[in-house]
Design a protein around this ligand. Structure first.
Ligand code: CTP
Length: 376
């Protein structure tokens, strides 16, 4: 239907991006992106008038989102060319034709379009050997300046390579290596977003290694991930610290000036607090024969998952035992029990319960009866 409407208005419309790639690779993809040679927004209005549903327009980007009457979302965009005024900057946009629109994209496998005009339905546009690269299982950029214009594509290249089990084409790999120093100029938000996507695909460990082979960590943090730091990272992920900032932190932790290095990547108050807490923990080292209650007295004010992260980063088994024990601990008494003993509510409540936790941690009180006796 969309194809017929496009025909009657004399404009070309194509399916584009990930959905075309995934269609050819027999993979599921539900992000439907349409690109229009012409005015995408007015085409979206026409579609809505003739087929119903709703549209939301984003004038600034010359794009619209059409929600069909059956509640499927489609993004409709205008063919465009992007100009990069400076390396690693965000691009300026200008309307153009389909070939130009495809040429500005990252990799050949992402630069395929499928025409949906009724007259040319299903015609595949492949100006940049996308299908050939799929056959050869290669990620290839479309022009030599691609990584210079957008260095985040270096991380994207690794992500797609890992996702499809492809390799980077030789020249693409060399250009990525040469451009990795430019990642320093990319905003922390954009870099973290790309790292987050590697985490979401569960390819972070291999991703970190491949990014290392392209000197990304070297350029950003003057750092070479060691086997030990990768093992820590594996544990961090296994404990569901699925956050890009924590990956950056883990790789850097313990290095000279680690705090300064990761500072630029701590964007939220929570992330800043995490850095502060890790630092604070560093200043209270534990001795080997410390009791659980004495550890508790010094660490109870820290959040449990922060302590857990710290134990992984510092490989401190004593602290790990403490975290595990504290996690399993069941409260033996409640506020109600204290009231029943005639204790008046107030700060004393938490003092008593804290003391009880200490006894429990040291196995001096192990059941409710003992706790009640102790309370009396
Ligand atoms: N793109 C690009 N350069 C970037 C980001 C995106 O050229 N730095 C282009 C790619 O050609 C991609 C399209 O914009 O096909 C849409 O981007 P995105 O949604 O991130 O990519 P998908 O291919 O849809 O990836 P995914 O399958 O992970 O959703």
């Amino acid at each position: 239907e969309i194809g017929a409407i496009a025909d009657s208005h004399g404009i070309n419309v194509y399916l584009i991006g990930g959905i075309v790639r995934d269609f050819l690779l027999n993979r599921l993809n539900e992000d439907i992106d349409l690109v229009v040679e012409g005015d995408g927004i007015s085409f979206a209005h026409t579609i809505r008038e003739q087929l119903g549903g709703q549209i939301k327009t984003h004038e600034q980007f010359a794009t619209a989102t059409w929600t069909t009457p059956t509640n499927i979302k489609l993004d409709i965009v205008t063919c465009r060319t992007e100009y990069y005024d400076a390396p690693a900057a965000l691009p300026t946009v200008r309307a153009s034709n389909i070939r130009e629109d495809l040429r500005r994209r990252d990799f050949s496998i992402n630069a395929l379009a499928l025409q949906i005009n009724k007259s040319d339905f299903g015609k595949l546009l492949d100006f940049f050997q996308g299908q050939e690269d799929m056959d050869n299982k290669e990620i290839r950029i479309l022009h030599n300046l691609s990584f210079i214009e957008d260095p985040t594509r270096i991380v994207r290249a690794i992500r797609f390579a890992l996702r499809f089990d492809y390799t980077l084409a030789k020249q693409t790999e060399e250009l990525a290596l040469n451009a990795s120093y430019l990642l320093k100029q990319v905003s922390a938000t954009r870099f973290l977003r790309e790292i987050q996507l590697l985490i979401n695909e569960e390819t972070i460990i291999r991703g970190v290694k491949l990014l290392d082979s392209l000197h990304v960590w070297q350029s950003l943090f003057n750092l070479k991930p060691t086997i030990e730091s990768l093992m820590k990272l594996e544990q961090v992920i296994a404990y569901h610290f699925n956050d890009a900032f924590i990956v950056i932190l883990t790789l850097n932790y313990g290095q000279h000036n680690w705090k300064q290095k990761v500072k630029r990547y701590s964007l939220t108050t929570k992330q800043n607090q995490l850095i502060q807490q890790l630092e604070a923990m560093q200043t209270v080292p534990l001795s080997k024969n410390e009791t659980m209650s004495s550890i508790h007295n010094r660490y109870h004010m820290f959040k449990e998952d922060t302590i857990l992260l710290y134990t992984i980063l510092t490989e401190n088994t004593l602290l790990r035992n403490y975290v595990e024990k504290r996690e399993q601990l069941k409260p033996l008494l409640t506020g109600q029990d204290l009231l029943m003993q005639g204790i008046k509510p107030g700060p004393i409540f938490s003092d008593i319960l804290h003391q009880l936790t200490c006894f429990q941690l040291d196995n001096e009180i192990i059941n409710r009866n003992d706790a009640l006796t102790w309370l009396q």
